[in-house]
Design a protein around this ligand. Structure first.
Ligand SMILES: Cc1cc2nc3c(=O)[nH]c(=O)nc-3n(C[C@H](O)[C@H](O)[C@H](O)COP(=O)(O)O)c2cc1C
Ligand SMILES: [Mn+2]
Length: 493
């Protein structure tokens, strides 16, 4: 049984962090958080099942696909590894939550003590159980899914970690960027302008050099949380995730380029990108809910090595019209990250942050604050819109007073309707960081705009703003107790 711990940051049962994806799955299974589906085809069935399960209910289970027709027994795929509060808490080693905001608060508390922990290099690891080299390479030996009907190909990398070394500063970045199979020994990556991997790749290309790369396609979900969310430039995702584990990751250096791969990864591809060698990439159903961005020419990677465990498990994170199999976990992570970042920037008085799933975990973010001075609300909104974790493809930031629950859309919209004067309380930021996945961008535009909606009571009127018409908590409790039986029979207990 999973139980809350007193004082400790970890689960009672799990004093040690999980070693790898397999141990994570075992823990999630024990918590009743994984369903197994046998016999689903790689061609559209897995993607559609992920949609059906994740659209059916909140906090959906992870899906472990097994016995894939046409593929060797033992090859599995996992969709939605972290997509519930419980599984997120297991991945991050946080106490079992009662409410998603518990994870957000726990993340923010963790970050007050969090220090990056660099990985340890080892020479052996399960990822080396099998190594396919050069002519032996065939990435389609794995049951790579075709996720959506109009996708341009099968995507081996969705829940992936793309590893590159910054040629200027000798640090390694790990980002989640989609990887499409072109043929048995070629894949292509789509990396949006501004992403660390894109900045690093451009440094190699400007110097006329190929850009070496590893693509890990199945690993500890904590690495996916690190790779799929914006950290600061220069902070290695292994170090950040190691800081959450409280222990270093073990890494093995790849044969060709000496890039670090998780020693316990399931499948890792190695190759390099060359500026002028390109292939058609996309379209791909994306997290905003659209096949945004037309197919484009993207650098092609000739895969020269494939490292994989026996009976490998391929990770799937399938973007789609929200909710998806990762959007909930991204909302929780993002909320914690934005809260942490605005406080690091010096802001006081934040009482809650929530990032809404309908906005693809990026486009509708809400901060609650206890106002302490005139201008506090705008400062909060501008920081949340501009910080690293809140900037890419943002759209709306709403700031509410502390009596409004930022995760309750009804509450938030009530605050907007009653505390925000459109002509004076909505600020715009122009030419902000977006990218081709933004369905509103056309071929001629490369940035978007932001609305910062100040839905706080005007600071100067806090003392005499009309009182909220609602029973006091004491009165409510008293009446609830007196009429408890009746209220229970009508489902209002
Ligand atoms: C499931 C998933 C898929 C993603 N796919 C892409 C992608 O194909 N291209 C991209 O630029 N960003 C993608 N992202 C967003 C990046 O992973 C995110 O911006 C991350 O911060 C990138 O790492 P970096 O900050 O080191 O560049 C994806 C995120 C997730 C969670
Ligand atoms: Mn990064």
């Amino acid at each position: 049984m999973l139980e809350k711990t007193q004082g400790s940051q970890r689960f009672n049962d799990y004093e040690r962090p999980h070693a790898d994806l397999r141990e994570f799955i075992a823990r999630a299974e024990r918590a009743g958080e994984v369903v197994s589906i046998k016999g689903a085809d790689w061609k559209l069935e897995m993607g559609t099942l992920a949609e059906i399960v994740n659209h059916a209910r909140a906090e959906p289970p992870a899906i472990l696909f097994d016995d894939v027709p046409g593929y060797a027994k033992g090859m599995r795929l996992l969709s939605g590894a972290t997509n519930s509060s419980k599984r997120l808490a297991i991945a991050l080693g946080l106490p079992v939550p009662d409410h998603p905001l518990d994870v957000v608060r726990a993340y923010r508390e963790r970050m007050k003590r969090h220090r990056p922990i660099a990985p340890t290099t080892v020479t052996k690891g399960p990822v080396l159980e099998n190594v396919d080299r050069d002519g032996k390479v065939d990435v389609l030996k794995f049951p790579v899914p075709l996720l959506h009907e109009h996708d341009g190909g099968r995507y081996i990398g969705t829940d992936d970690l793309v590893i590159m070394r910054d040629p200027d500063a000798d640090w390694v970045n790990g980002g989640t960027y989609r990887a499409m199979v072109q043929d048995k020994n070629h894949v292509s990556l789509w990396i949006s302008p501004g992403k660390h991997g894109r900045q690093i790749r451009e440094k190699y290309f400007r110097a006329g050099k190929p850009c070496p790369v590893l693509i890990s396609c199945g690993h500890d979900p904590l690495l996916f949380l690190a790779g799929g969310n914006e950290l600061k430039f220069g902070l290695c995702e292994y170090d950040y995730a190691g800081g959450h584990r409280g222990e270093p990751y073990e890494i093995v250096l790849s044969e060709l380029y000496g890039l670090p791969m998780p020693a316990h990864a399931e499948i890792v591809l190695e190759g390099e990108m060359i500026e002028n060698v390109k292939a058609r990439e996309g379209p791909f159903g994306e997290f905003t809910g659209y096949y945004a961005s037309s197919p484009s020419q993207q650098p092609l990677i000739e895969v020269k090595r494939v490292y994989y465990r026996d009976d490998p498990i391929l990770g799937i994170a399938s973007p789609m019209r929200p909710p998806s199999d990762f959007s909930f976990s991204k909302c929780v992570m993002k909320a914690g990250m934005i809260w942490d970042e605005v406080e690091r920037a010096g802001l006081s008085g934040v009482t809650g942050v929530w990032v809404h799933e309908f906005g693809g975990a990026r486009m509708f973010n809400v901060l609650a604050i206890k106002q302490a001075y005139p201008g506090h609300a705008r400062q909060a909104g501008l920081l949340a819109a501009g910080c690293q974790s809140g900037s890419y493809l943002g759209r709306f930031v709403v700031v509410v007073d502390e009596d409004v629950d930022p995760s309750d859309l009804f509450d938030v919209m009530w605050a907007i309707c009653t505390r925000c004067d459109p002509a004076s309380d909505i600020e715009f930021v122009r030419r902000a960081w977006s990218g081709p996945l933004d369905p509103l961008l056309d071929a001629a535009s490369s940035t978007n705009s932001r609305a910062i909606i100040d839905a706080c009571r005007p600071y100067e009127r806090l003392a005499d703003f009309p009182m909220v018409a609602r029973a006091s908590p004491e009165l409510r409790q008293k009446v609830k107790e007196k009429f408890a039986d009746l209220l229970a029979t009508i489902g209002c207990g």
